[in-house]
Design a protein. Structure first.
Ligand code: SF4
Length: 361
């Protein structure tokens, strides 16, 4: 018996101690759980605060960006609306015959250069129509020789270009883009790309040769529409080997080729996005192809009209700003509707100087 008592006492002591320990342990666990929850809450609050701060920062940057006028890096100057062709979907029609005096046009180009312009593209109408290409030649020379612009280019239907023009002005020109929508002359006639007996496709071949001979980068622009959407142009384009083949989806512009006051009716030329995708898919092996859907095209060009007003296409029609000759570039460009992000997204900034293109003529 005398052995049993101390053991029983020790057992009692131990169980009392265990009871104490389990109380302490459970208090500790609740304390730790409480602390963890408090830390988590603090962490969530702080990360919420951080994301609120970042969102406010982005908003502020966006607002600042919106208030800042875009830089007119690449400008399309449609100095004339007159043309010798009658394309049914034309979206810069002959609404006026006005052309600025040469010296005023040069003044405007200087203002654009001072505002950051690096590339000028002359377009129309048909830019070679005015003064048999002399007016255009003078502007091209001025932009390269006096303004030292990295890139000077022209978009033309090609029908009025003579070799003598190349002899006088090719050295000042980086890129010549010729519009060609079909290699089937009948389709060109249906579209309205043609004048009398002139063969648009044969002319294209001649211009390609001159571009090679006189060291001008050669480009082709095609508008995909109801009449050419099924065509396969792979072989002809590869044979002509342009530096770029711009493929546009036929675009509807109120007041130009749609609506009551329009001079053209584009409705019967329009194609769906799926049809456009189908054309692109058929030509996907052509490496120089640069596609432009309606979506990409609409607000991603800085368009200057014959009065040197920026044309805003945001509302589906061309709404003019004031002329840069009257209010300056910074003020006028605010109303251009230009989407700088889309311009970059569609690859608007590319190697555009013939010196950098390193062509194997
Ligand atoms: S060639 Fe160009 S400017 Fe002339 S009618 Fe055709 S699309 Fe219009």
């Amino acid at each position: 018996m005398w052995v049993f008592k101390p053991i029983a006492f020790a057992g009692k002591l131990l169980s009392a101690f265990r009871l104490q320990l389990s109380c302490v342990w459970s208090s500790l666990v609740s304390l730790l759980l409480g602390l963890r929850a408090a830390f988590r809450l603090a962490g969530t609050e702080s990360s919420r605060h951080q994301s609120r701060k970042a969102a406010a920062e982005t908003r502020r940057e966006e607002e600042e960006g919106m208030n800042q006028p875009p830089t007119p890096l690449s400008v399309n100057y449609h100095f004339t609306r007159q043309c010798n062709y009658k394309c049914g979907f034309c979206f810069h029609t002959a609404k006026t015959s006005f052309v600025l005096p040469l010296e005023d046009a040069k003044r405007g180009l200087l203002l654009l250069k001072e505002a950051g312009m690096e590339k000028i593209n002359f377009s129309g109408g048909e830019p070679f129509l005015q003064d048999r290409g002399e007016y255009l030649g003078q502007l091209v020379k001025f932009c390269k020789e006096e303004l030292h612009l990295p890139s000077v280019s022209i978009v033309s239907n090609g029908s009025l270009i003579r070799e003598r023009w190349f002899r006088s002005y090719a050295e000042y020109l980086d890129i010549l883009a010729i519009s060609c929508d079909s290699f089937d002359e009948q389709v060109n006639v249906l579209i309205g790309r043609g004048q009398g007996k002139k063969n648009h496709v044969q002319n294209l071949q001649k211009l390609r040769t001159w571009c090679r001979d006189y060291r001008v980068a050669f480009k082709i622009n095609s508008v995909i529409n109801r009449f050419n959407v099924e065509e396969d142009m792979r072989e002809q384009i590869k044979a002509l080997n342009p530096v770029r083949w711009k493929v546009f989806q036929c675009l509807r512009i109120e007041g130009e080729n749609a609506g009551e006051d329009a001079l053209r009716e584009a409705e019967r030329f329009l194609i769906s996005d799926e049809e456009f995708e189908g054309f692109l898919h058929r030509h996907k092996e052509v490496s120089c192809l640069v596609p432009e859907s309606n979506q990409k095209m609409k607000d991603s060009y800085l368009i200057l009209d014959e009065y040197m007003r920026f044309l805003n296409c945001r509302n589906g029609r061309k709404e003019p700003s004031k002329s840069i000759l009257d209010v300056g570039v910074e003020e006028a460009v605010k109303f251009s509707g230009f989407d700088e992000k889309m311009f970059l997204k569609r690859g608007g900034k590319y190697v555009w100087s013939k010196a950098d293109l390193q062509l194997d003529w």
